[in-house]
Design a protein around this ligand. Structure first.
Ligand SMILES: CC(C)(COP(=O)(O)OP(=O)(O)OC[C@H]1O[C@@H](n2cnc3c(N)ncnc32)[C@H](O)[C@@H]1OP(=O)(O)O)[C@@H](O)C(=O)NCCC(=O)NCCS
Length: 145
């Protein structure tokens, strides 16, 4: 059974391995760890006590910004991402947020469909937002909560 809990320092290495397996241009390890240290909020999803996914977000007053969400490849489309996003939304409400913001790669149709299922709306396209070996535009999406 899935269990959602706060990410702690000892979870970071496993979460980072999932990030590398699922993100075409993953955060660097330094980015990943410093995100934790600067106080971004993060949750993990465990199955039989093994981390299979995570979500990282920041919160500032009435807005939460979803920075990263991933579920390990072989366990996608089995509800874990939804549980993580629902938990993040619930926590954000408790923190006083009224809106969730995010950017997603235009080519990442699966993730866009996932967010649309949660009623996120498309706000804008930011051209050439993602650079490097895997360039892409960003779709900016938001959800009023
Ligand atoms: C996006 C992601 C976190 C979703 O997690 P998940 O556990 O697979 O999602 P769920 O099983 O909860 O899916 C819920 C619904 O979202 C939609 N959805 C999820 N993945 C989808 C896909 N690849 N294609 C189309 N719809 C999808 C479906 O409607 C799905 O319901 P259904 O399976 O009953 O049809 C996961 O696919 C992932 O880790 N992707 C790689 C990393 C990534 O792209 N992160 C987002 C960066 S912005």
């Amino acid at each position: 059974m899935y269990k959602i809990s706060l990410m702690d320092l000892s979870d970071l290495d496993t979460a980072y391995e999932i990030e590398k397996r699922t993100n075409p241009s993953p955060w660097s390890k330094e980015n990943f760890f410093s995100s934790f240290e600067v106080g971004h909020k993060s949750l993990v999803c465990k199955l039989d006590n093994i981390i299979i996914g995570f979500v990282i977000y920041s919160n500032y007053k009435k807005e939460s910004h979803l920075l990263s969400i991933a579920v390990d490849k072989n366990l996608q489309r089995k509800g874990a991402g939804s549980l993580l996003l629902e938990s993040m939304i619930r926590q954000s409400k408790a923190l006083g947020a009224k809106k969730i913001l995010l950017e997603v790669r235009m080519k990442n149709k699966g993730a866009i469909d996932f967010y649309k299922k949660f009623k996120f709306v498309e706000d804008a396209v930011r051209a050439d937002y993602y650079t490097g070996s895997n360039p892409d535009d960003a779709l900016l999406m938001s959800l009023d909560i």
